[in-house]
Design a protein around this ligand. Structure first.
Ligand code: PLP
Length: 405
């Protein structure tokens, strides 16, 4: 079927929630995608930070294919092969690069997406606060999030997402959220002072992704930690985009030395298989009892097989170092271009601003040059390549971008 026919069908039968680019990819391998006419592309978006090992990594494809032929789904009423093992791998990854005294016992709840991981995190924080307090319904229930954040598209995660333009059409949104500017310690102190006794959690992305890769400063994260601990509130880190080795460590919080109580994970965990995790410190997770939360699909046999294979590959020696090296090389390359500024990011989560070029136009023209690119704003390009990206592929990117920006 031609691209024109695909477009006509999708236009007629799909809801118009995305302004799609005029291309239909039909195959992938590592950093490469192939379209329906056989054209080759280098992928610097990885399905929005999802295909962490690149497209169709043999370890994941084989694990999924084998599991698909054996048992795909039985549901959460039963034990599932390798699910406990996967949760142990998640616990080990969360405890890496932390001083011994900061290591925690982590428990996982498996979901299917980032929004669901955050829903679970927020429900857990509210329930934990209720169980800590003697006041029951009067327990702290407010969740603080940061201006410009992105936490998902469900009603609750949209209420958490402090971007009025995205929220406006869907009012009334669930209550119980307050927002504060990123990296503004004085504003955060005021917010805690003015709302004493009502805050049950602060939820934030250590590096804001959808807003164009804006990192929290270490000082801000330490202030959040200090104020939250003093108020008895939990720290939820939304690592849906920054997690799973994206920043060159298993989780971004490990760069900052601030350990959250709850971590939301998704995107890269299954290398393309829909999968998410809400991981919490065991004593916090203990607030959940049977019946408090659930899912039909989360943690299916198929998803567990994909995530186990993905994490096992990413845990191999040298992976973090390579991601950090190639990420630094990418930022150097972007900074060397005429017409770019504010190059930023960590590991293979990077962005730059364009002095004059229109970012959406660069994305479209990039397709014509065999590049899959992403604009997060009219003047901002974001780069989330598969974590198997090498320096040579960065050279190709930078060479072609020089003609576009
Ligand atoms: C930080 C963050 N949280 C949550 C989400 C929502 O994830 P999903 O689209 O899988 O629901 C995203 C998606 O981009 C994200 O970047």
């Amino acid at each position: 079927m031609s691209l024109n026919e695909q477009q006509a069908l999708e236009s007629r039968y799909l809801m118009h929630t995305f302004a799609r680019k005029p291309v239909c990819f039909v195959e992938g391998a590592g950093m490469h995608l192939t379209d329906d006419e056989g054209n080759d592309y280098l992928d610097f978006l990885a399905g929005i930070g999802v295909c962490s090992l690149g497209h169709c990594h043999p370890a994941v494809s084989e694990a999924v294919a084998a599991q698909a032929g054996k048992l795909m789904h039985v549901g959460n009423y039963y034990y599932i092969e390798k699910r406990g093992e996967l949760a142990r791998m998640v616990d080990e990854a969360l405890n890496q690069n932390l001083p011994g005294q900061d290591a925690q016992q982590w428990c996982s709840f498996f979901t299917n997406s980032g929004a669901e991981s955050n829903e679970c995190a927020m429900k857990l924080a509210r329930l934990h606060a209720r169980k800590q307090a003697t006041g029951g319904a009067d327990a702290p229930n407010v969740i603080v999030t940061l201006d410009g954040s992105f936490h998902g598209r469900t009603m609750e995660t949209l209420a958490a997402t402090a971007q009025p333009a995205k929220q406006e059409a869907f009012q009334p949104l669930p209550e119980g959220f307050l927002h504060t500017p990123i990296n503004d310690i004085a504003a955060l102190e005021r917010l805690f002072e003015e709302n004493e006794g009502t805050i049950c959690a602060v939820m934030l992305e250590p590096i804001q992704g959808e807003s164009g890769v804006h990192p929290c400063t270490p000082e801000f994260l330490r202030a959040v930690e200090q104020l939250a601990r003093k108020a008895g509130a939990l720290l939820i880190f939304d690592e849906v985009q920054t997690g799973v080795y994206r920043t060159g460590l298993p989780f971004a919080f490990q760069h900052f030395g601030v350990v959250p109580d709850i971590v939301s994970i998704a995107k890269g965990i299954g290398d393309g298989m829909p999968m998410g995790i809400c991981a919490a410190r065991a004593d916090v997770a203990a607030a959940f009892e049977p019946g408090d939360h659930g899912t039909t699909f989360g943690g299916s046999n198929l998803a567990v097989a994909a995530a186990t294979a993905t994490l096992a590959e990413l845990a191999k020696p040298g992976v973090c170092e390579r991601i950090q090296d190639v990420g630094a090389y990418l930022r150097e390359g972007l900074a060397s271009l005429q017409g770019t500024s504010n190059v930023r990011g960590m590991g293979l989560m990077c962005a730059c601003d364009l002095d004059e070029a229109d970012a959406n136009q660069v994305v479209l023209e990039g397709l014509g040059k065999g590049l899959v690119l992403n604009a997060t704003g009219p003047r901002t390009l974001r780069f989330l390549p598969p974590l198997v990206c090498e320096r040579a592929e960065v050279d190709v990117l930078v060479g072609k971008l020089a003609e576009l920006v």
